[in-house]
Design a protein around this ligand. Structure first.
Ligand SMILES: *Cc1c(COP(=O)(O)O)cnc(C)c1O
Length: 335
């Protein structure tokens, strides 16, 4: 192990910084934290609002962000949308036009429902409001980023956060967030930003290729290797691979008589949520899949048993999906 104030660690940090910005499609800073994604949900609202947050809620993780916002004592309102639906730009613009808001939280890829919200269009709608330049656009892309297209700079976002264990396909323990200049300036005006995730402190240390507290150095070695692999594949190719795996999964489901939980046109490119139209025992299906060295996810929370979710993200390839879907077919012939 190297020490976190040694030049070797600063070199590793700098090398990661150059590469991870390419994955976020940004020239802005990306903070690399010893945390999980939920920690950065907290960081985003603590640093970016001293008026009122609009929490857009269309699933379990979006609702977690609402809870995080309230647990931090931030004033908020909730835009509540039926699960399975995306957050739509016109809904966000309408709520914000009432005034008084300085931040919006939206989940890019709602893992509990398999729905992708149109972040680019939502950001455009926000920026075209009279005070749109003063509203912080905070995006959770925990299960999207690096698999589902998210263009931090081109879409003019303020915070985009993710963690290491989903589409980055790394062990858990790291969380990353891109932060715009606008958000950093905003943070300077917000009192009580907390200590561990204070953007102003993180920035001070980032400029010397360090973090204020001890980073997860061993995981950063893994991260650097994974970033090399991602950039060797190329981000466009990576997005296309995820879309192809999604389309294959959707086609399979349709051919077997299953409908999708996500509203048409908003199906996630990293996880497909399939309605249990055939009344399968998902637990038994998973037990069978486990015996074959694979696993899928049951429906999330209240959706348990009603649907099941197939992930197609990270390092998974077309051939892995073929193998998984063939195994489910095998189970279906016996169930
Ligand atoms: C998994 C997930 C989270 C929680 O992330 P942790 O890294 O477990 O804290 C938040 N949002 C979304 C969309 C997720 O899929």
């Amino acid at each position: 192990m190297i020490g976190h104030r040694m030049p070797e660690c600063a070199d590793l940090f700098a090398s990661i910084q150059g590469k991870i910005r390419q994955v976020f499609l940004t020239q802005s800073r990306v903070y690399v934290n010893a945390a999980s994604g939920t920690g950065l949900q907290e960081a985003a609202v603590r640093n970016c609002s001293n008026q009122k947050v609009l929490n857009c809620v269309n699933g379990a993780f979006a609702d977690r962000w609402r809870q995080v916002t309230e647990a931090n004592g931030k004033d908020n309102e909730v835009l509540s949308v039926e699960w399975g639906q995306p957050i739509r730009p016109e809904q966000v613009a309408e709520r914000l036009s009432a005034g008084g808001f300085d931040a919006v939280t939206v989940v890019h890829n709602e893992t509990s429902t398999g729905v992708t919200s149109p972040i680019q269009e939502i950001a455009q709608a926000i920026r075209s409001l009279p005070n749109g330049e003063h509203i912080m656009i905070l995006i959770d892309s925990v299960s999207g980023l690096s698999g589902a297209r998210l263009e931090f700079d081109a879409w003019d976002l303020d915070v985009a956060l993710t963690s290491s264990q989903k589409a980055f396909a790394l062990p858990p323990g790291l969380a990353f967030c891109a932060v715009s200049d606008r958000a950093l300036e905003k943070a300077k005006t917000v009192p009580h930003r907390g200590y561990y995730f204070d953007f102003v402190e993180l920035e001070k240390y980032l400029l010397r290729n360090q973090t204020p507290a001890t980073p997860a150095i061993s995981l950063m070695y893994a991260l650097e290797q994974q970033l090399d692999d991602m950039l060797a594949e190329g981000m466009e190719a990576r997005f296309a691979r995820h879309l192809a795996m999604r389309d294959m999964t959707i086609a399979w489901a349709g051919q077997r008589g299953f409908s999708l939980f996500a509203a048409a046109g908003y199906e996630s490119s990293t996880v497909t949520c399939i309605n249990n139209d055939r009344g399968l025992d998902i637990g038994a299906l998973n037990q069978y899949l486990r015996s074959q060295g694979m696993i899928i996810s049951n429906g999330y929370g209240q959706l348990k048993g009603k649907n099941f979710r197939i992930a197609h993200m990270g390092d998974l390839q077309f051939s892995d999906m073929e193998e998984l879907l063939a195994a489910i077919d095998e189970y279906l012939t016996t169930a």
